[in-house]
Write a protein that binds this ligand. Structure first.
Ligand code: FMN
Length: 357
């Protein structure tokens, strides 16, 4: 990590969390603490999913770059893939501030941002400008895959109209698309995870898009266990290619220490790890190899990543750990994975995928 980044992290932590986030985005835009040459990835970390190659399985989760401002610098930091959004059809301000809280004692965050974003018009323009492939860790001109995470406005939304329209707007520019039906901060959104509703949305997308990039559905960790099976059947029958498991939780584990634990919103980071891990297991069992799985929720070490891959994950994403640790996180996660793989004689991620199911 550069001196500037190591100096700036403690400084950023003293700021209001949302201001710190804005500053971090500005710093990335300016190239502060972004290496000039993207680190080359160990071939042992390479993997295939969704019909694509990834030089490593670690992505930045949605919500960090809601407006697709810093995808290139994020890829330059060493992420294996990057996801922008959630973007909605119209710009929206989101919930009143404060709406983002650091639960430092718990290595967690609570957010109730409420899809603050600049809307699809600006988002699509920025994606279109990414015409050169993003840097990836394997050279040869193949870029790090880019995803767009799409959602609906708080007011005036019609999911069967809006999701297909958003797909139309992003599909020329991205390698995959995520239907966000799991943010806890948009009233009614999580109801779209209902199998019948979900199928209706997927059918509306199929009716308009004979061809499109792979489609993933991002699930909430607060689903009842017995809702998971029908959702997966609807996803498969509706033509989806994958699932992201999971978004933030409304649950508040008893272990939470921070005074902010009673704030409303979605909890992420370390306290989400047990449920996100358990839910991945349930989803992987029910999906039985029919869908690509992206594990997300409380991932903060190489060990966490390998645990999720053993539970069937093809790829993983991080947000909260990156917010706490900054750019140094990406290299650390890869080094920890490599160390464990070497000591346990694991040659490729395929060797262990799904082995703990
Ligand atoms: C401040 C903040 C904003 C987020 N915004 C979004 C979003 O816009 N869309 C989305 O799908 N997930 C969003 N998420 C959820 C993350 O993508 C991720 O699913 C969740 O934080 C769990 O991963 P983590 O424990 O590594 O943070 C957000 C999370 C945080 C902390």
């Amino acid at each position: 990590m550069s001196v500037l980044a190591s100096l700036s992290l403690p400084f950023l932590r003293r700021l209001d969390p949302e201001q710190a986030h804005e500053l971090a985005l500005d710093a990335l835009t300016l190239g502060v603490s972004v290496p000039i040459k993207r680190p080359k990835d160990d071939p042992a970390l390479a993997t295939r999913a969704l019909g694509m190659r990834f030089s490593n399985p670690i992505g930045i989760a949605a919500g960090f770059d809601k407006n697709a401002r810093v995808l290139r610098p994020l890829a330059q930091l060493g992420f294996g893939f990057v996801e922008a959004g959630t973007v909605t059809p119209r710009p929206q301000a989101g919930n009143p501030k404060p709406r983002l809280f650091r639960l430092t004692e718990d290595r967690a965050v609570i957010n109730r941002m409420g899809f603050n974003n600049q809307g699809i018009d600006k988002f699509a323009v920025r994606l279109a400008r990414l015409s050169r492939p993003l840097p990836s860790g394997r050279g040869g001109g193949a870029g790090a895959p880019v995803g767009a995470n799409i959602g609906i406005n708080k007011t005036g939304a019609d999911p069967e109209r809006d999701y297909p329209e958003l797909v139309a707007r992003v599909k020329p520019y991205v390698n995959y698309i995520v239907l966000n039906v799991s943010s806890p901060n948009t009233p009614g959104l999580r109801g779209l995870q209902d199998a019948v509703r979900l199928r209706g949305i997927l059918d509306a997308i199929s009716a308009r898009h004979a061809e499109r990039p792979p489609l993933l559905i991002k699930l909430a960790p607060d689903l009842e266990d017995d809702a998971i099976g029908p959702i997966i059947e609807a996803a498969v029958a509706g033509g989806a290619q994958g699932l992201i498991v999971t978004n933030t939780t409304l649950a508040r584990p008893d272990s939470l220490q921070s005074p902010y634990r009673t704030e409303a919103g979605g909890l992420s980071g370390r306290p989400l790890k047990p449920r996100a891990t358990e839910m991945l297991r349930l989803v992987a069992q029910a999906a039985a190899g029919r869908l690509a799985l992206v594990a997300c929720g409380g991932i903060e070490s190489g060990e966490d990543i390998l645990t999720r891959i053993r539970l069937g994950a093809d790829l993983v994403q991080v947000y909260t750990a990156f917010a706490y640790e900054g750019p140094a996180l990406v290299g650390r996660l890869k080094r920890e994975m490599q160390h464990i793989m070497r000591t346990q004689g694991i040659e490729t991620l395929d060797d262990i995928r799904g082995k703990d199911l």
